[in-house]
Design a protein around this ligand. Structure first.
Ligand code: NAD
Length: 485
């Protein structure tokens, strides 16, 4: 008998235990060469006082087996409980979230019969870094962090995924007309990487129109790669477009560990009734089997599942009178899949996960390209908490505190320029940004110039919240202008 691969299994909360049990029965019947190791994470652990929801012994198992099959978890409201998903993605470096969203027309009712897309979502960065501050009485801030290695890892992963899975096109969704630096970097890296994959067609969409096109002409898309927040939103929409959120599986891939799950939550409204659809976690498990190299079993399980769907044997969420043959419980549905092991669908296209994929399935640090630009300090943005008058009064008094090396250039409020020459119509909060720049003939400032300015501003009674250094990289500005500047 060939060796068993240890995997860690979390049964989760709500419908989690029901759908996990059904999935493991199917995997066992299919002959999956796995040795599941059960851990306890989630609601019970949270409520025992562990705010991460993951005890030490669970971490130990996951870091040893490096593969986690996870049923959905209920995060209790309030009490400062941290999302297990976000914690795991960050702690284990699971940078790629892969979500295939496929319509099974005409066997599952959907308004989008041609939908067949895989969303590859960046999983570690963006607004999900969770770096947030309250800065004034009126203003809070969340930092959007986008790194070049982060972009390169996810974009390369998307192209490698397309090559490995017979996909023809990779589209990027972004908002670089507004976020010129962060989303601009994502586009820059996409344009650099795409030339290495001439076999793959590419295109790009601003996220708003891209999402609209996905909802009206999904046949345009094959693989979509995007940053964390955009991917989170469009993948849930795309999964729902297939006919049920209960149908989609998801993989979270890192260089060392990987986690596989359904995209839906713990569905407390139907928990304990034995009627949940186990398809999402089952298709997550199929992705896991491919990840651990058991492509033969992955194909067997996936085809048996397609055949079950095609035969009209459906759980309640996708059951439709006249379309479905039988309304099954979770257990009955898994029995049908087990009955169909070894069969293929007749009308839906059977899957075949090729044995021995030669392409790499993850992106190592050594694959990435780093640049080493020169960096010169040319100014500083100073953020103030101030509510004592108009923009003109603020700008004029701050201007008088300029030094020889740092001269006030402009003041903005929520990104809109309000000094000099602002509009009276611009609404101003108590959160101000003043941009001090070095004179044009100075190419690089010592940091002492910033400290001198700070002494003058604070000495004059101003409340400085924070500062951002302004740099030139290789002689080009590493910051944006204010709107209206
Ligand atoms: P949900 O996905 O659990 O449920 C949304 C709706 O879809 C419900 O009506 C539910 O009955 C139905 N549904 C979901 N999965 C189904 C399935 N397999 N079969 C049949 N019907 C199904 O979303 P929610 O209600 O917003 O969240 C419930 C809990 O799940 C929350 O505590 C949330 O934090 C958690 N959650 C966890 C994960 C995860 O662990 N990956 C993801 C999302 C939400």
């Amino acid at each position: 008998m060939s060796e068993l691969t240890p995997i860690t299994v979390a049964y989760g909360d709500g419908i989690g235990p029901e759908i996990m049990e059904a999935t493991l029965r199917i995997l066992t019947a299919a002959g999956a060469r796995i040795a599941p190791e059960r851990i306890e994470i989630g609601e019970k652990v949270y409520l025992s006082g562990n705010t991460s929801g993951i005890p030490d012994e669970a971490w130990e198992s996951i870091r040893r087996t490096k593969v986690l099959l996870k049923a959905p978890i209920t995060t209790p409201y309030g009490g400062g409980y941290k999302s297990i998903n976000v914690t795991m993605r960050n702690a284990l470096g699971l940078y790629a979230n892969v979500r295939p969203c496929i319509a099974y027309h005409p066997f599952v009712r959907t308004l989008f019969p041609t939908l067949n897309v895989v969303i590859v979502r960046e999983n570690e960065e963006d607004l999900y870094a969770g770096i947030e501050y309250r800065q004034t009485a009126q203003v809070v801030q969340t930092l959007k962090i986008i790194s070049r290695p982060g972009c390169e890892k996810i974009i390369r992963y998307a192209f490698e995924y397309a090559m490995n899975n017979g996909r023809k096109k990779v589209s990027v969704f972004l908002k670089d007309n507004i976020m010129k630096m962060s989303d601009g970097l994502f586009r820059e890296v996409f344009d650099e990487v795409k030339v290495e994959y001439p076999e793959i067609e590419t295109d790009s969409y601003i996220i708003d129109i891209g999402a609209a096109k996905l909802a009206t002409a999904p046949e345009r898309f094959d693989v979509i790669v995007c940053e964390n927040l955009y991917g989170d939103i469009i993948s849930d929409i795309a999964a729902e477009m297939t006919g049920s959120v209960g149908l989609a599986g998801s993989a979270n891939i890192g260089n060392q560990c990987a986690m596989f799950e359904a995209i839906h939550g713990s569905a407390p409204d139907i928990a304990g009734q034995g009627i949940a659809n186990p398809s999402g976690i089952l298709l997550g498990a199929v992705m896991m089997l491919v990840h651990i190299g058991q492509n033969d079993i992955a194909s067997k399980v996936h085809n048996a599942w397609l055949r079950t769907i095609e035969d009209g044997n459906h759980t309640v969420d996708i059951f439709r009178m006249g379309l479905s043959k039988a309304k099954l419980t979770t257990h009955q549905f898994s029995n049908e899949v087990i009955e169909n092991l070894g069969k293929e669908p007749v009308k839906l296209i059977p899957v075949k996960y090729a044995a021995g994929n030669t392409r790499k399935s993850n992106i190592q640090d050594s694959d990435l390209h780093y640049t080493h630009p020169t960096k010169d300090l040319v100014g500083i943005d100073v953020f103030f908490d101030w509510n004592k008058g108009t923009a003109r009064e603020f700008g004029d008094t701050i201007n008088a505190l300029s030094t020889d090396q740092l001269v006030l250039q402009m003041v903005s409020n929520r990104g809109a320029k309000v000094w000099p020459d602002g509009f009276a119509e611009t609404f101003c909060t108590d959160h101000w940004r003043a941009r001090f720049k070095c004179p044009d003939d100075v190419k690089s400032l010592p940091y002492s110039a910033v400290l001198d300015l700070m002494h003058r501003l604070v000495g004059a009674g101003y409340y400085v919240i924070k500062t951002e250094n302004l740099y030139f990289f290789d002689g080009k500005p590493g910051y944006t202008r204010a709107q209206g500047q």
